[in-house]
Design a protein around this ligand. Structure first.
Ligand SMILES: CC(C)(COP(=O)(O)OP(=O)(O)OC[C@H]1O[C@@H](n2cnc3c(N)ncnc32)[C@H](O)[C@@H]1OP(=O)(O)O)[C@@H](O)C(=O)NCCC(=O)NCCS
Length: 146
């Protein structure tokens, strides 16, 4: 089941992210709480357990995917692809969708490119380990959901 998360879901978000922190995914609890408070968060559940979530910041004609992650131990099972396809189709209106990713995060890069996000830029040495951030844009949602 996919739905918009509410305040009482935050503990599941925090617990999911605890085990996947690293150079390409560095979200301390206070920052993550604030991000979820400020923006819309959507999640995919299996028997009440949060399997994947995405934070969507709506900024006018652009929507930005600021944080997304799947439960460790359930990677590669389609949770994130299913979530993103449904969220982009139902909850993101028109315009472009932006995101950034650590250049070494090959699983995420394959996911985005598979959904037809296009590489549009690079922020040199953006991450604490000196890696670049790759900037991706989805220009047409239709290419994902059709
Ligand atoms: C990146 C991440 C969100 C992918 O979530 P997931 O639920 O495992 O992804 P899915 O199972 O839905 O896979 C979707 C696509 O991603 C790609 N992918 C996922 N895991 C992969 C892996 N280990 N290696 C290569 N490609 C992979 C594939 O293209 C896959 O599509 P396919 O199965 O049709 O080939 C997950 O690995 C994760 O939570 N990583 C830690 C947090 C993170 O890096 N977040 C992104 C920050 S930008």
């Amino acid at each position: 089941m996919i739905r918009r998360l509410v305040e009482s879901d935050i503990n599941q978000v925090l617990s999911l992210t605890q085990s996947i922190q690293g150079p390409g995914f560095h979200w301390p609890e206070s920052l993550l709480r604030e991000e979820c408070r400020m923006h819309d968060v959507y999640g995919s559940f299996h028997e009440e357990q949060l399997m994947a979530f995405v934070v969507v910041a709506h900024r006018g004609w652009v929507s930005e995917l600021t944080v997304l992650a799947s439960r460790k131990g359930a990677h590669g099972k389609g949770w994130m692809k299913g979530l993103l396809c449904e969220v982009l189709e139902k909850f993101v209106q028109g315009g472009e969708v932006w995101l950034e990713v650590h250049e070494g995060n090959l699983a995420a890069i394959k996911l985005y490119e598979g959904l037809k996000f296009q590489l549009v830029g690079r922020r040199p040495r953006y991450y604490s380990d000196g890696a670049d951030a790759l900037q991706y844009t989805l220009f047409s949602k239709g290419s994902v959901v059709n």
